[in-house]
Design a protein. Structure first.
Lengths: 160, 169
């Protein structure tokens, strides 16, 4: 069955959505698709096996309902593409107050996973530095590892 | 305009009436404008999928409707693809809920990451259709990762417009 979701976040890219549903639903999903008509919101389709239950459908809907809802601030939206300049991302959200760590993922503009890992939550706040020698736009996600799923997402551009 | 089976049994001295001439005229009009439908991609964003099972690329726009008069359907497509990490993309056509290619579809393309704009095209003929309205959908799947079909969506240097067509033959 196909679960059609009107995308809440304009930042969502297909590989990031795919990573979310595969982590949450495992073999119950065969992937995701994205499309957008001119002048209309994006439509995300989650492809679920027919054996998926109502609970699985609800889980998939929840994933995207909470995509990008945590607040993230950046020290600058554009950095110089060298090994020196970095942007600092800060996520200070009540949802992660009691979390020890959160995941982060960095995607290139072409949807390639550029970097990923975990970062400590200190006093309910996360600080992440991002720098790169390669020009381009990068989607950076911060996601909870436990409890109710939630993410923060932003785009930083590295310019020559 | 219906298709009239042409009379081929004319004999010397046979009388040609109005209905005969009208039938010929209708057939000429039919041949000039065979039942067809097509869609040129001009979207707000490129299509993308990570689905490893066949799925509609766009169940509204890339879903053609042709009302045939008993003939076959000739279905064609061209489009340019990309992928984030090397993998295969497969294409098939669904006619009235049944894929024409079955198995792994009609065509396969080995997409390499970093090589944008790999173009795929095919023509396939679907026979055995009744004279009725038919729905033709373009479907795709990947072996892994995420494939993109450029859709005339303004992507820098890749703002190209694929096309999906179907006509009775």
């Amino acid at each position: 069955m196909d679960l059609v979701i009107h995308e809440a976040s304009p930042l969502l890219i297909n590989p990031a959505a795919d990573a979310l549903v595969r982590a949450a639903l495992g073999p119950l999903t065969t992937g995701v698709s994205l499309k957008r008509k001119r002048g209309q919101p994006s439509v995300l389709t989650v492809h679920l096996l027919d054996s998926a239950t109502g609970q699985d459908v609800q889980k998939a809907q929840t994933l995207f309902a909470l995509y990008g809802v945590m607040t993230v601030t950046v020290s600058k939206a554009a950095i110089v593409a060298d090994d020196e300049d970095v942007a600092v991302l800060t996520c200070n959200d009540a949802r992660i107050n009691s979390d020890a760590k959160v995941d982060y993922r960095v995607w290139t503009g072409t949807g390639v996973l550029y970097a990923s890992g975990t970062v400590d939550v200190v006093a309910g706040s996360v600080a992440l530095e991002f720098g790169t020698p390669t020009p381009g736009k990068y989607l950076i996600e911060i996601a909870r590892r436990k409890g109710n799923f939630a993410t923060a997402a932003t785009v930083i551009e590295a310019v020559e | 305009m219906p298709w009239n089976t042409p009379e081929t049994g004319w004999i010397d001295g046979a009388i040609v009436g109005t209905s005969d001439m009208n039938a010929i005229g209708e057939d000429l009009n039919y041949l000039k404008a065979m039942p067809f439908d097509n869609y040129l991609l001009q979207e707000g964003a490129d299509y993308s999928t990570s689905s490893t099972s066949f799925t509609d690329i766009d169940s509204s726009d890339l879903a053609l409707s042709v009302t045939t008069t008993g003939g076959d359907l000739e279905i064609s497509f061209y489009g340019s693809f990309n992928i984030n990490t090397s993998a295969f993309v497969y294409l098939d056509v669904d006619v009235d809920g049944t894929r024409v290619g079955l198995d792994d579809g009609l065509v396969i393309e080995n997409l390499s990451s970093g090589v944008a704009g790999r173009t795929v095209g095919f023509i396939v003929r679907k026979s055995g259709l009744s004279a009725a309205a038919h729905t033709i959908k373009l479907q795709w799947k990947v072996s892994a990762n995420t494939a993109t079909l450029y859709a005339g969506a303004g992507t820098s240097a890749k703002d190209v417009h694929g096309m999906f067509c179907a006509k009775e033959v």
